[in-house]
Design a protein around this ligand. Structure first.
Ligand code: F6P
Ligand code: MN
Length: 359
């Protein structure tokens, strides 16, 4: 049982053999796993380790930082800065890109990460995660913010760790999406979920439904149809889930299918969505596409977006191909004014399902 297993490092070395990234990318991802093991240990100890609770500080997004947000950020930096593999790093918890100390050699990659995703769940002992994305740096010198603003399609690796009942890492280097489970006794991630695939159809969706009145009409329409179930247009019942850790909601979709949405809403009109393009949407979109799913804003492929700012937010809809394509159709129909259902009283401007009608 313990012999003959495929460790994450062996798997990566084999996947990357013969590619231009063969030596260094596997080594960098192994450094990321070292941070993940540290974070897994801290999240598992919880109150016993004195890790719970908030700090007085706020991050650049104006969110109160939890102790574990900051410790997880430090864990990733300390694991990845010393090895001569990265030229710079950008974190959701840092205003500006992290500049490596002079003493460390500069490497060929940029590491972008959300050290602890779903941090509202830390203190209540619900699953949280770490999300990471690797880009090639492609020049010499110190990276500037502009170097990080690359479309997600240019990522050379991406993935996440989930700190749940077991700790798992799910990642891609562009050759499928694969899952590894941490064997705590031995301290290795073992390949347990090779070549994950998301079914094209599903009857399960995930969205924070308390924001319904702030969504755009195409999203209101999609969710209304799901909720109408077998008596409505879809002709079948749907189930809903919402964990409020993107990593955990996405992980469920990779395990058993489904759709995840964090659409644009008018709750805070200045923000074009809740999730961050660089730290959340891009890496997760890469993982989802490599598992045969689709990741969209509703109007565009996430991986094709040209980032304009480090902490930019985007609408996110991802998962089962046929459902996301349906959502995209609803957006197109709404934008072009050709959507029949929107002509019905249910979807007219001041109707039950419109943002205005519900304001
Ligand atoms: O990082 C943002 C995040 O915590 C995601 O992990 C999660 O999907 C979302 O916010 C939860 O948002 P809400 O608090 O609106 O449910
Ligand atoms: Mn997050």
């Amino acid at each position: 049982m313990l012999l003959g297993r495929t460790t994450l490092s062996k798997f990566l070395i084999e996947q990357l053999r013969g590619t231009e990234d063969q030596a260094d990318l596997a080594a960098l991802l192994v450094d990321v796993t070292a941070a993940v093991k540290t974070i897994a240990s801290m999240t598992a100890k919880g109150a016993l380790g004195g890790y719970l609770g908030s700090l007085d500080s706020e991050n650049v997004q104006g969110e109160t930082q939890k102790k574990l947000d900051v410790l997880s950020n430090d864990a990733v930096i300390q694991s990845c800065e010393w090895g001569g593999l990265v030229a710079g790093m950008a974190s959701e918890e840092l205003d500006e890109p992290y500049r490596l100390p002079r003493a460390f050699e500069r490497g060929a990659y940029l590491l972008v990460f959300d050290p602890l995703d779903g941090s509202s769940n830390i203190d209540v002992n619900v699953s949280v995660g770490t999300i990471f994305s690797v880009l090639r740096f492609g020049r010499v010198g110190e990276p500037t913010t502009a170097d990080f603003l690359r479309p997600g399609a240019e990522q050379v690796a991406a993935g996440y760790a989930i700190y749940g009942p077991s700790t798992m890492m799910v990642l891609t280097v562009g050759k499928g999406t694969h899952g590894f489970t941490l064997d705590r006794e031995i301290g290795n991630f073992i390949l347990t979920h090779p070549d994950l695939k998301i079914p094209e159809d599903t009857s399960e969706f995930a969205i924070n439904a308390s924001n319904e009145r702030f969504w755009e009409p195409p999203v209101q329409r999609y969710v209304a149809e799901c909720k109408a179930g077998r008596t409505g247009d879809r002709g079948r019942d749907f189930n809903m889930r919402w964990i409020a850790s993107m990593v955990a909601d996405v992980h469920r979709i990779l395990m058993r299918g489904g759709v995840f949405m964090y659409p644009k809403d008018t709750k805070e009109p200045a923000k074009p969505g809740r999730l961050r393009l660089l730290y959340e949407a891009n890496p997760i979109a890469f993982v989802i596409e490599q598992a045969g799913g689709v990741a969209s804003t509703g109007r565009a492929r996430i991986l094709a977006l040209q980032p304009e700012a480090l902490h930019q937010r985007v609408p996110v809809m991802l998962g089962a191909r046929n459902e996301i394509e349906r959502l995209e159709r609803y957006h197109r129909a709404y934008d072009s004014g050709t959507d029949k259902p929107f002509a019905s009283p249910l979807f007219r401007d001041r109707s039950l399902y419109s943002a205005e009608g519900r304001a």
